[in-house]
Design a protein around this ligand. Structure first.
Ligand code: TYM
Length: 339
């Protein structure tokens, strides 16, 4: 029986995956690989929309693959690949960018945030980023896209582009759906709990990285910003810092924030912070060890990506061939395939 297909990706920004990435996205990736034909990739072509160091990008890409494996992705159950190994993604992105309104792209909040940060250095690539992301999804005819909440707007654009293309050129794309988790879809910065935990935050103090020394992470939890009234209650509007800790604890231990609040009621914030730090370290320390193990075996990582790339090219190449025909490009009789 064929399984329904899903796809998702994570940018290799910096050397470590953070807790927001895990709770919002990767935790569900690990669960879903059993019931879906799952494809997971590193969008390295997206990474060059910000200033990068080439050697660092190469190293971080492998480090992310190692961390994804350590967190539970299993190449026997899913396809892992690197975006730049599949030419079809960029080929499809061009076609989709010609269907995307300029105003529509201008409304993307991630573009607004990132271009504010990049200022004069903002590139056209950053502006058209959502078209490449739509291509990443539509090229694979995926039904489901497991992501954190910050990707919802990009997913809405992807759905609109799929519907628009199908309407104009005939049924070609599966219209995909975003899949968000209940607890952890938006993890906030431990120091600035009204901002999402993000690799581009101005300070490291509020971000928990899997590759950090676990002692450093434990300290970040213990010194997380909360409030002064001391009442343990899940109330994101009034108590963003505390509620963030309750949500993280809930997501890590597969319960609800309300349940955790009940458990620590009357106990003050100290015990909650200490126990959360311990729970994280118990989970993250072996992940870090396993990652280092994978990084000692780079030939195995290369093999996984080579096999994954082959499978990805097969699927995405077939979609691009259909798209090229649908939009009216003349068949290229000099070539057997188009991927
Ligand atoms: P990226 O690399 O910023 O993040 C990877 C995944 O982690 C989720 N995430 C969070 N979830 C909860 N709380 C947070 N604080 C948090 N921070 C990040 C993100 O929602 C994401 O699911 N544009 C994408 C990469 C991409 C992609 C794709 C994803 C490119 N093409 C196609 C899916 C399908 C990005 O930059 O994610």
């Amino acid at each position: 029986m064929t399984q329904p297909r899903l796809i998702s990706g994570i940018q290799a920004t910096g050397s470590s995956i953070h807790l927001g990435n895990y709770l919002g996205a990767i935790k569900q990736w690990v669960q879903l690989q059993q019931d879906y034909e799952a494809l997971y990739f590193i969008p390295d072509q997206h990474s060059i929309t910000a200033p990068i160091d080439p050697a660092q990008l190469r190293e971080n890409t492998l480090r992310y693959v190692a961390q994804l494996l350590a967190l539970g992705l299993d190449p026997a159950q899913c396809t892992m690949f690197v975006q730049s190994h599949v030419p079809a993604n960029a080929q499809l992105a061009w076609v989709l960018s010609c269907l995307t309104g300029f105003g529509e792209a201008s409304r993307m909040t991630q573009f607004k945030d990132k271009s504010d940060k990049q200022g004069e250095q903002t590139s056209v690539g950053l502006f058209t980023y959502p078209c490449l992301m739509a291509a990443d999804i539509l090229a694979y005819q995926a039904e489901l896209v497991p992501v954190g909440e910050d990707q919802s707007q990009h997913l809405e654009l992807t759905r609109n582009l799929a519907e628009r293309f199908n309407h104009r050129f005939g049924e070609t794309f599966v219209v995909p759906k975003a899949r968000l988790v209940k607890a952890g879809a938006r993890v906030y910065d431990l120091r600035e709990p009204t901002k999402k935990m993000s690799k581009s935050a101005s300070s490291e103090a509020g971000i928990v990285h899997f590759m950090d020394d676990p002692k450093v992470s434990a300290k970040k939890f213990r010194s997380a910003v909360t409030d002064n009234d001391g009442e343990v209650r899940f109330d994101p509007a009034q108590k963003p810092g505390l509620s963030n800790l309750l949500s993280i604890f809930a997501a890590l231990t597969d319960t609800t924030a309300e349940e955790v609040a009940l458990q620590y009621q009357g106990g003050g914030y100290g015990a909650l912070k200490v126990d959360l730090a311990e729970a994280f370290v118990a989970f993250a320390a072996p992940v870090r060890e396993r990652t280092l193990g994978w990084l000692d075996n780079r030939a195995a990582l290369d093999r996984i990506l080579a096999e994954g790339g082959e499978r990805a090219r097969e699927i995405a190449g077939a979609t691009v061939a259909r798209v090229y025909e649908a939009v009216g490009f003349l068949p290229d009789h000099g070539r057997s395939g188009r991927s």
